[in-house]
Design a protein around this ligand. Structure first.
Ligand SMILES: Nc1ncnc2c1ncn2[C@@H]1O[C@H](COP(=O)(O)OP(=O)(O)O)[C@@H](O)[C@H]1O
Ligand SMILES: N[C@@H](CC(=O)OP(=O)(O)O)C(=O)O
Length: 394
């Protein structure tokens, strides 16, 4: 089996942990597996280095300084492996075998990185490359980075480009847990989780895998999160299932938009819960909801519009804060899901500008952790879909 093992800062936090990491790699090599290591900076070294830059430093100098964290880790691991008789090779920016190249925009040059990663994969027989995570190199040879938490991206990306069977993210928790074990008591390992579920979690703060890493997950590439104390690289933890997909989806049936107006609704606890409960009890599914200071808007299937209006009207009559409900029928929704969309600067403009150029009115626009939902008039849906597809299909 071909495995990319990523050791996070937590799993390399001290000498004892470096020894454990080296033991687990040595065991896997001993069992006949091909292993490539991706290493983060030990413990909180990256934070320490960044905090110490208390002066004006340009991007180039900052990247050089911060790279020392990962450059130290790979040397530690390489030496610890050598002590166990494992032939290891430090791979860092500047090395002949260095794989991760960024382009002029600072994004991964997929073609060049794939080519180099495949060349590195060809050398795995008998030697363990110990690769600095998080770091990259531009075409001029300067050190660049993939952004905070970027070692996960290095690992899953290289796992993908090196045709690995599995990427193991070694960290200080048993896997992806039901909640952050550092905060909640009784958190337990979820065992399995889909890429979609995990990307919703990771975009909203669960640090266990950086969200940008997940876009490199394919169906055939196993990704597992495991505790450094486990010892066995090839078992345990949480497995991440499925593959990452960018989806552009037009809802097949029209929606109705129900708006409830009132006074300072946002400052009134329980109104949203009350209205949503009334719809739920009437078995009306809520497709989307948007709330503002003086209004709440529900999108429901158009076939249920009259029923929903009656239900909401009953609540309006009973609740003094609310004044009226109105229905706007024949709304279409197009959802763009995937990657770091809502976090990408300019993404809303990329949607709004071409629609405005074609005089398509945007009824509403809702963003969530990983998707953007665009509501337009039902009659505009085909044209709007074509425009959005053109924008987001490479
Ligand atoms: N749902 C969750 N499951 C597991 N860990 C979580 C979750 N949410 C947050 N975490 C936190 O993520 C941390 C691991 O991420 P991180 O500190 O980035 O590790 P590493 O240095 O190994 O990359 C854990 O120590 C844990 O506190
Ligand atoms: N050392 C880098 C990259 C990284 O991914 O770290 P970790 O795997 O410890 O989250 C950082 O702190 O951002």
């Amino acid at each position: 089996m071909r495995v990319v093992a990523k050791f996070g800062g937590t799993s390399l936090g001290n000498g004892d942990r470096v020894n454990r990491a080296a033991d687990s790699v040595a065991n896997a090599v001993e069992s006949g597996h091909e292993v490539a290591i991706v290493a983060s900076a030990m413990g909180s070294t990256t934070d320490f280095l960044l905090d110490a830059i208390s002066f004006d430093a340009d991007e180039k100098d900052r990247a050089e300084i911060v790279s020392m964290g990962e450059r130290t880790s790979v040397r530690m691991l390489k030496a610890a492996l050598a002590a166990r008789g494992v032939d290891a090779l430090v791979v860092e920016p500047g090395s002949a075998a260095w794989p991760v190249i960024t382009d002029a925009r600072g994004e991964v040059d997929v073609e060049e990185t794939t080519r180099r990663a495949k060349a590195l994969a060809d050398r795995l027989d008998g030697v363990v490359p110990v690769i600095t995570g998080f770091l990259a190199q531009d075409h001029a040879g300067n050190v660049t980075t993939l952004g905070r938490g970027g070692s996960d991206t290095t690992a899953v990306m290289l796992g993908n480009y090196m045709d690995a069977d599995e990427v193991v993210i070694v960290t200080d928790v048993e896997g992806v847990m039901t909640g952050d074990p550092a905060v909640v008591e009784g958190a337990r390992n979820v065992g399995q989780i889909t890429v979609d579920e995990l990307r919703n979690l990771s975009f909203r703060g669960a640090e266990v895998i950086a969200p940008s890493a997940l876009s490199y997950k394919t169906e055939n590439l196993g990704v597992r999160v495991s505790h450094y104390q486990h010892g066995d690289l090839l078992a345990g933890g949480t497995s991440v299932e499925g593959q990452f997909e960018n989806l552009i989806d037009l809802r097949e049936e029209p929606l109705a938009c129900l708006t409830i107006a009132g006074r300072a609704i946002r400052n009134q606890p329980g109104i949203l819960a009350r209205l949503s409960k009334a719809l739920t009890e009437a078995d009306i599914n809520i497709d989307a909801v948007a709330s503002g200071m003086d209004s709440i808007t529900y999108y429901v299937d158009q076939s249920l519009a009259e029923q929903a209006e009656t239900v909401l009207h009953d609540e309006v009559v009973e609740e003094a804060t609310l004044s009226s409900v109105t229905v706007d029928p024949a709304v279409a929704v197009i959802r763009v899901t995937g990657g770091e969309l809502p976090n990408r600067p300019g993404v809303i403009r990329q949607i709004v500008d071409p629609l405005a150029d074609q005089h398509i009115t945007i009824h509403d626009l809702l963003t969530s952790a990983t998707s953007v939902a665009i509501f337009v008039r039902w009659n505009d849906r085909e044209q709007a879909l074509r425009i959005v597809q053109e924008e987001f299909t490479e």
